[in-house]
Design a protein around this ligand. Structure first.
Ligand SMILES: Cc1cc2nc3c(=O)[nH]c(=O)nc-3n(C[C@H](O)[C@H](O)[C@H](O)COP(=O)(O)OP(=O)(O)OC[C@H]3O[C@@H](n4cnc5c(N)ncnc54)[C@H](O)[C@@H]3O)c2cc1C
Length: 501
């Protein structure tokens, strides 16, 4: 078996995640050669992740505490949304279940039944371990049994995006990946098949390959520019097209969650790391200017800014296909959905997993390529709907931006999901895809999409025993969280950050 020569274009998060995974998990099946240009640089934002990243790190043999110390990471139990449904509202999208996991009937159905009967029941997030820990600023690693409250939550990381790539680079190079520094100035294709044969650097060096992975960022050098794969623009549903980033010193708590706080023309992120807090205002340029956005952000960040505001531009959407000819686009080169639910690094991981599973033997087969594209499309489409839900399910009409998103037409796929939930709190079940029931439930209810009915099976237990059971559950959850360590203290003990080399 001859090894496939894989050429990766780009050394941002996508490039180094791909290089490390291929080098580590397909030894002998491929050689990995990554090309990047320090003069062009990387996007360098992307600080909040989803729990799936832990599986990625584990497969690469990464020791958690070492990785967290190197990337100055904190733990993330979910995302807090402030001022979305109405100004003054606040809810958490937790990583984990409501109530203990693994029940035959979703916990929120019993909760809905009691609420609909007029019983005074606390908010749903009081029955989530992750929400309670987040609100109390506590952390402990989950236990293995998801049926226990102590195992009913997951977690992700908040880390310095500029340190993750270099960390992976060490692993990739240790596993034999080669790196070349230089700007690519030409891409050579086979006149007959249209496949990419080689890339050419400014220095004149030509690098040949069998499979090319485009991780070149928004420029999409191979997939977009060279192969001209069309870009599907979703900005009519996701109108935010810019972000201004402004990291600051941490004043206040190092929270084990990311905050997404609504702003007049979008929202702002607050991501606490060990050494600073990341902030950024994601906005639509149709509704505010760069200067206005930077000023609005500067007025509300909680600590002294440690860098000048930096504006990033993007368009929501994706390439029609991510794998075309012998080129696979991964990361921003294949598409971008704004960072509201921290999905970009997850999408990179999903593409790498699909590529590993469908990695070409000798020839690239059309069925493998189609399957890859089907999987990636599904991921994008579902995340897109989930993001649109946050904007559309609002009662806010206080600025032109919020009025637009509240009244805009939405994709049928989302309209159907909303209708189903409004009827009796049912969530569309997925076999594949990132956000499962608890995520949708948190956002629907958090944004005041209140079901008219509930699952009739939830009517079986007597109301008094349900109420007593819920009271006990809430107390148990609070009791468990109360004896956990403070998040900042946990970090200091478990993974104190390493100083820059
Ligand atoms: C405002 C904002 C906030 C975000 N927040 C999050 C978040 O919280 N969570 C999350 O998961 N994701 C987030 N993301 C997305 C995340 O930043 C990216 O998915 C991630 O950084 C991957 O980027 P990349 O590697 O695809 O591209 P880049 O970082 O842009 O890397 C591109 C690489 O290609 C190289 N390159 C390009 N052209 C050439 C050439 N001609 N020759 C040689 N090399 C070339 C560059 O040098 C670079 O190495 C955010 C993105 C934005 C814009």
């Amino acid at each position: 078996m001859t090894a496939q020569r894989v050429v990766i274009v780009g050394g941002g998060t996508a490039g180094w995640m791909t290089a490390a995974a291929l080098a580590k998990l397909l030894p002998g099946r491929c050689t990995v050669h990554l090309v990047e240009s320090e003069a062009i640089g990387i996007v360098g934002v992307g600080e909040a992740t989803l729990p799936h990243i832990r599986a990625f790190n584990e497969r690469l043999g990464i020791a958690e505490a070492d990785f967290m110390a190197a990337t100055r990471a904190t733990f993330k139990l979910g995302i807090e949304f402030r001022d979305w449904g109405r100004q003054g509202d606040s809810y958490i999208h937790p990583f984990g279940t409501f109530g203990p996991g693994g029940a035959a009937i979703d916990f929120h159905q019993f909760w809905l039944r009691l609420r609909q009967s007029g019983a005074a029941v606390p908010d749903l997030d009081r029955f989530s371990m992750a929400c309670t820990m987040a609100r109390m600023n506590r952390f402990a690693l989950p236990t293995a049994d998801p049926h226990q409250l102590t195992g009913s939550f997951g977690y992700a990381y908040q880390f310095d995006a500029t340190l993750f790539g270099p960390y992976l680079r060490t692993i990739a190079e240790r596993m034999g990946a080669k790196r070349t520094e230089g700007r690519i100035v030409a891409v050579n294709r086979d006149g007959e098949s249209g496949d990419i044969l080689s890339i050419q650097l400014e220095s004149g060096e030509v690098i040949e390959g069998d499979l090319f992975v485009d991780c070149s960022g928004f420029i999409s050098l191979l997939l977009g520019k060279t192969l001209e794969e069309p870009f599907e623009d979703w900005s009519k549903w996701l109108p935010a097209d810019r972000a201004v980033a402004m990291p600051c010193r941490t004043e206040g708590a190092v929270t084990p969650f990311t905050s997404a706080i609504a702003m007049p023309a979008g929202w702002r992120w607050r991501i606490p790391l060990q050494h600073r807090t990341g902030n950024g205002y994601v906005y639509s340029s149709a509704f505010t200017s760069d200067d206005e956005a930077a000023d609005a952000l500067a007025r509300v960040v909680e600590g002294e800014p440690i860098a000048s505001p930096r504006v990033l531009r993007f368009v929501a959407g994706r390439r029609a296909r991510s794998w075309v000819h012998n080129c696979v686009g991964i990361g921003l080169a294949s598409g971008f959905l704004e960072p509201l639910e921290s999905t970009s690094i997850y999408l990179i991981q999903a593409a790498i997993t699909a590529l590993l599973e469908l990695f070409p033997d000798k020839e690239i087969s059309a069925v493998d390529r189609d399957e890859f594209n089907r999987l990636i499309d599904l991921e994008y489409d579902r995340i897109r709907d989930f993001l649109i839900l946050h904007y559309h399910a609002t009662e806010r009409a206080d600025t032109p931006f919020w009025d637009y998103v509240r009244t805009m037409p939405i994709p049928n796929s989302l309209a159907e999901k909303l209708e189903l939930f409004r009827r009796r709190g049912r969530v569309v079940k997925y076999r594949e895809g990132v956000f499962l029931d608890a995520s949708w439930i948190a956002v629907y209810l958090g944004q005041r999409v209140i079901p008219e009915g509930h699952d009739m099976r939830a009517d079986a237990p007597p109301a008094e025993s349900l109420i007593a059971g819920m009271r006990k559950l809430g107390a148990d959850i609070e009791g468990i969280a109360a004896v956990m360590e403070d998040h900042a203290a946990y970090l200091k003990r478990y993974c104190p950050m390493k100083e820059a080399a």
